[in-house]
Design a protein around this ligand. Structure first.
Ligand SMILES: *Cc1c(COP(=O)(O)O)cnc(C)c1O
Length: 400
């Protein structure tokens, strides 16, 4: 790795490893070393690497037609739109190229919805510790002052409330409120699973006041939690859902789905994007949805998630510095009492790719195609590291 890294803006602090190929849950680095991928490129490669069905769809489409324009009909986009509508119960889809862009579409939709109802200064209720992306609107909705610092003035019209707190929503609402926008499970915020009933209470509140219930499913969506969408375990129907990350297993795509009162809000000329929903990305996404279905991967995500969480619960039982082991399906967080950023490199040295988010939460987002043996290997390799970190970081404070 002798390349001149100064040419890349250092917006990411990169680990000193580069991968040259992948297969299933495994990545091979440029020296030929193998790593078990327990992160999936941050919830993107849910089907693992080089999945034959996705590879075939991408290669086949690349040889046929990559891009035309939204000035024309795009049959693969139509097919994917129909499919997502059927899976979500929402009527309409707008295709973008990333999570942030899908969220920008949702934010614009909510504002226009407000204006149509005579609200001149529409406000969207958003959550503390939320993550919605890095574009200005999405950044303003994001509840992380570190991500926002230096980028003001940010767009207004967002009112922040604690996550998983219904009374806070009722208190913060005003006649300008037009929507509530939250993640069904907070991802970057630390794999925060709200209490049962949170989403259905939000639904009832939104119904009572005519607000849109908008869910950012960019990380939780597309099967990872054991359902197509993270909200489906509560059986609620949101008005807006945003998707991206796993939708095409690594081919850039985003989607903003709208139903009920949110359907029909964005009309001709109101929004657009050049690449959005092109034949390559949408055909890849259809292959992803087909594969999840055909291979029964949602049930598998649920089983694997329980297995991994149970494995850690057993291996870390009684450790004083483990605050919580939580998650749904293959969205897994292990919260430590102390910040644990060093674990990422230690796990890499052990041949496992993980992430730490919110300072002290080990975040695992392994692919849904994992075998039982691979799931167990994640636990076996990581549990001793996590246990040792807890001990190492607790003792100086204890002796101070
Ligand atoms: C990753 C993420 C985003 C941003 O997606 P990008 O594709 O990086 O723009 C938005 N919301 C959630 C919940 C995410 O996890």
């Amino acid at each position: 790795m002798s390349s001149s890294t100064q040419t890349l803006m250092p917006t990411y602090t990169r680990l000193p490893v580069a991968f040259r190929r992948g297969r299933g849950a495994w990545l091979e680095d440029t020296d030929g070393r193998q790593y078990l991928d327990a992160l999936s490129g941050i919830a993107v490669c849910n089907l693992g690497h080089a999945h034959p069905a996705v590879a075939e769809a991408v290669a086949g489409q690349a040889h046929t037609l990559v891009h035309t324009s939204n000035l024309y009909e795009i049959p693969h986009q139509q097919a994917l739109g129909d499919r997502l509508a059927q899976l979500s119960g929402l009527e309409q889809v707008f295709f973008a190229n990333s999570g942030a862009e899908a969220n920008e579409a949702a934010i614009k939709l909510a504002r226009l919805y407000g204006h149509h109802r005579g609200v001149d200064q529409p406000e969207i209720l958003v959550a503390e510790n939320a993550f919605h992306g890095r574009t200005l609107g999405a950044l303003a909705a994001t509840g992380n002052t570190r991500a926002q610092t230096g980028f003001g003035p940010l767009p207004g019209g967002f009112v922040r409330v604690p996550y998983d707190d219904i009374p806070a929503i009722e208190q913060a609402a005003s006649t300008n409120t037009v929507a509530v926008f939250v993640e069904p499970i907070q991802g970057e915020g630390g794999i925060v699973v709200p209490h049962d009933g949170y989403l259905s209470r939000l639904r009832a509140l939104c119904d009572r006041h005519g607000w849109l219930l908008m869910l950012d499913e960019v990380q939780a969506g597309v099967g990872r939690t054991g359902y197509w969408f993270g909200h489906q375990h509560e059986g609620v129907r949101p008005d807006v859902i945003t998707l991206a990350k796993a939708l095409a297993n690594g081919v850039p795509i985003g989607a903003c789905l709208a139903g009920g009162a949110a359907a029909g809000v964005l009309g001709p000329g109101s929004h657009g994007t050049t690449f959005g929903g092109n034949p390559l990305a949408t055909r890849a996404a259809t292959a992803v949805l087909d594969t999840i279905n055909e291979e029964g991967l949602m049930a598998r995500a649920e089983t694997l998630g329980s297995r991994i969480r149970g494995g850690f619960a057993q291996a870390l039982d009684g450790r004083p510095n483990i605050v919580d082991i939580r998650g749904r399906g293959l969205m897994i967080g292990i919260e430590l009492a102390e910040p644990c950023p060093a674990l990422v490199q230690q796990a890499l040295d052990e041949g496992v790719l993980i992430n730490v988010t919110a300072g002290s939460v080990v975040r695992l987002l392994p692919p849904m195609i994992l075998s039982d043996a691979e799931a167990d290997r994640i636990v076996d390799r990581l549990a001793p590291l996590i246990a040792a970190t807890a001990t190492a970081q607790v003792s100086p404070a204890a002796t101070a």
